[in-house]
Design a binder for this molecule. Structure first.
Ligand SMILES: NC(=O)c1ccc[n+]([C@@H]2O[C@H](COP(=O)([O-])OP(=O)(O)OC[C@H]3O[C@@H](n4cnc5c(N)ncnc54)[C@H](OP(=O)(O)O)[C@@H]3O)[C@@H](O)[C@H]2O)c1
Length: 258
């Protein structure tokens, strides 16, 4: 049986792929970079003896999910685990990015993620146990000036996942949403996170290996919503009880480019 992981060429997605290989799933790895995917596929195959396929494609374009599903069907890969992990942020003023840049991020983080769930559900339902793991972010727990769209895409992921889990409660498909906090990956570079915010996260940053292990364990345990790490759990709780104007001011101060 196959597990399909988006954003599997590096960071959290690569480590989720490793965790699933340890659980003896064959893997379908997806990201844009063919060379990085090939390397990860070879490494995991030789370390864990599972089959690894990869597809290099841009998941931010319209109908990306449909195209991936057609490729999976043509190759007869029975997918029983779907991990929607590919995503990125853009730090700075909302207006400082073009329509196309903001749209591509929304497409990847929300549209493709929900369409992957939709196109793969009939296949997942054919298994006696199947899983969807969606990766959101601790930014899902508050509005985030200076990462306005990114944080909004992640609350979409969280609420969509919760609602889908409920709708599927009498089906064999379990849905889990994991919201990591700062994790040591290339995320900060792609998002152009300012030095101030990186420094603030330095003491609480988690490894992608730890985040992946917590995510996969939570998925197999059938959990609905998980925030890895005690500091991140506390952060979400504080964001919930603190007046919004304060949490927004603090966040803006941290993420503002000087
Ligand atoms: N790191 C953090 O601090 C943090 C915190 C909270 C949540 N998250 C979330 O965790 C998830 C994984 O991020 P990460 O930290 O592991 O970042 P990362 O190291 O930058 O990895 C991102 C992965 O997504 C792939 N990807 C990016 N754009 C893509 C596209 N258009 N089409 C297909 N694949 C694409 C990347 O490969 P290619 O570039 O080759 O396409 C890569 O495999 C994201 O959803 C992110 O929002 C991260």
């Amino acid at each position: 049986m196959y597990a399909l992981i988006t954003g599997a060429s590096k960071g959290i997605g690569k480590e989720i792929a490793v965790e699933l290989a340890k659980n003896k799933y064959d893997l379908i790895l997806i990201a844009r970079s063919a060379s990085q995917l090939e390397e990860v596929a070879k490494e995991i195959q030789s370390n864990y003896g599972v089959k690894t396929q990869f597809l290099a494609t841009d998941l931010s374009v319209p109908d990306a999910a449909k195209m991936v599903f057609q490729w999976v069907e043509q190759n007869n890969y029975p997918v029983a685990v779907l991990v929607n992990n590919a995503g990125y942020g853009l730090a700075g003023d909302f207006e400082s990015y073009s329509l196309e840049q903001n749209r591509a991020m929304m497409n990847l983080n929300m549209i493709t993620l929900s369409e992957m769930c939709q196109v793969f559900l009939p296949m997942l339902k054919r298994h006696s146990n199947a899983y969807i793991l969606n990766i959101a972010s601790s930014t899902a727990y508050q509005a985030l000036p200076q990462m306005a769209i990114y944080a909004a895409t992640k609350i979409f992921v969280l609420n969509f996942s919760r609602a889908l889990k409920f709708e599927l409660k009498d089906s064999p498909v379990s849905v889990t949403c994991v919201s990591p906090g700062a994790t040591d990956t290339d995320f900060n570079d792609r998002a152009a996170i300012p030095a101030k915010a990186r420094k603030a996260a330095e003491k609480v940053v988690m490894t992608p290996q730890d985040v992946a292990k917590i995510s996969v364990d939570a998925m197999f345990a059938g959990k609905t919503e998980v925030i890895p790490g005690i500091v991140n759990k506390l952060g979400a709780f504080l964001a919930w009880i603190t007046p919004k104007i304060i949490t927004e001011k603090v966040a803006a101060g941290i993420y503002e480019k000087s």
